[in-house]
Design a protein around this ligand. Structure first.
Ligand SMILES: Cc1ncc(COP(=O)(O)O)c(C=O)c1O
Length: 385
């Protein structure tokens, strides 16, 4: 019997690049990683210590479907202390990463057949998860003319919409939405009866002003967040949602039925996430990304590649069209010839992505510098820059 139509979604290509890189490493080859969007560091020490203690002392049963009350309280305090925004802990749901939050948010906010806009380029799993839920995905092309921001003028061209998914800082462009841009998107969504979903997973990783939160402008938006990036906890599978009042109970029911609760050991570890020592350690990682970003932007400049803002997250989205090889073929070639893994833009923009690559600079500075050195040399030796 065939698989369902709804499961016929695209792969998450970056995972496929990772697999090809692993195959090469399995065969004894060395790969320099610019493809993986995850910190090369473990979680900060206080979190690991809290989890280790929990492993010894705690029963590690299920938690409440919305997550440990103490963790939700701490998250509410975080919004007060960091952003000066009041969040009711009852409106917070702890999830299995932001990815687990997608299922709750999209199922609670949208019906099959609804029209929901995502940006192109944008994080591919929004599009693919929405498609699996039977939602019609409307791609809004964004580019350098608006700093890759989906402006109200661009959204007006998309036809009637039920929802809009945005990310700030964005993957893959690193664009951080300003307060004014967030306010105008909140205003546009309100006027058009559109449910706004904002992914703030890269908050804390910025290279200029800190990223403002959508919660400062709206109590109708759904906010998605995660411990994966700033707190360096990708494998712990822990994130959270801040939901508008009318979606809290629907999301709680969905959480009970879809995954019962987020991993308890991760939640107990995350209770140490807001301690001063934790934040100091996480900020040191951001210092490393800042140094790496300089190396990557300088290299891309030497290669003659126009690059998206990269004001936040740890990615550079660069135009490689002048190199004369479409991105998927170029990425295969670089992996084979140079042992450097890079993600082709088609993951993020199915239409124009073969002209772009995404470079992740989350690894060590030595690794990023060595990999960029090889790419720059490859371009220089062919006189392509
Ligand atoms: C923009 C964005 N949202 C969500 C995710 C998923 O993260 P999580 O590990 O929290 O599921 C990622 C992962 O790379 C991402 O880049």
């Amino acid at each position: 019997m065939p698989a369902s139509h709804r499961s016929e979604i695209d792969p998450f290509h970056v995972m496929e690049v990772m697999r090809a890189a692993e195959d090469r490493e399995g065969a004894g080859g060395r790969v320099l990683h610019l493809e993986v969007g995850q910190p090369s560091t473990p979680a900060p020490t206080p979190i690991r210590e809290a989890a280790a203690a929990a492993l010894v002392d705690d029963r590690l049963g299920y938690t409440n479907a919305k997550g440990l009350p103490a963790l939700r309280e701490q998250l509410a305090h975080w919004y007060r202390d960091r952003y000066d925004v009041h969040v009711d802990p009852e409106h917070i749901l702890v999830t299995m990463g932001a990815s687990g939050g997608f299922s709750l948010a999209f199922l609670a906010a949208f019906d099959a057949g609804d029209r929901v806009a995502v940006t192109a380029p944008g994080y591919p799993c929004y599009r693919n998860a929405l498609l699996a839920f039977g939602v019609e995905v409307v791609e809004v092309p964004v580019g350098p003319d608006t700093r890759f921001v989906p402006t109200p003028a661009l959204l007006d061209l998309a036809g009637p919409l039920d929802g809009l998914v945005i990310a700030s800082p964005s993957n893959p462009t690193g664009t951080v939405l300003t307060d004014a841009e967030l306010a105008s998107l909140v205003d546009w969504s309100g006027r058009n009866g559109v449910r706004l979903v904002a992914d703030e997973i890269y908050h804390g990783i910025t290279y200029g002003a800190p990223a403002p939160t959508v919660l400062a402008h709206s109590s109708d938006a759904v906010l998605l967040q995660s411990f994966s990036k700033y707190w360096s906890m990708t494998g712990w599978r822990l994130g959270w949602i801040v939901a508008p009042a009318e979606l809290v109970r629907p999301m709680e029911r969905l959480a009970q039925n879809l995954f019962i609760s987020a991993p308890t050991i991760s939640q107990l570890g995350a209770l140490a996430a807001f301690e001063r020592a934790t934040v100091e350690e996480a900020d040191l990682h951001v210092d490393r990304y800042t140094a790496n970003r300089e190396v990557v932007l300088a290299g891309l400049n030497e290669m003659g590649c126009p690059t998206a803002p990269a004001d936040g997250a740890f990615y550079a989205y660069a135009d490689i069209s002048h190199l004369g090889v479409p991105a998927p073929a170029l990425c295969n070639l670089w992996l084979d010839e140079l042992g450097v893994a890079v993600t082709p833009g088609i993951d993020f923009d199915p239409t124009r992505g073969d002209r772009f690559i995404r470079i992740s600079f989350s690894e060590s500075t030595e690794e990023v510098a060595a990999a960029m050195g090889r790419l720059v040399e490859w371009v220089r030796s062919r006189d392509l820059s």
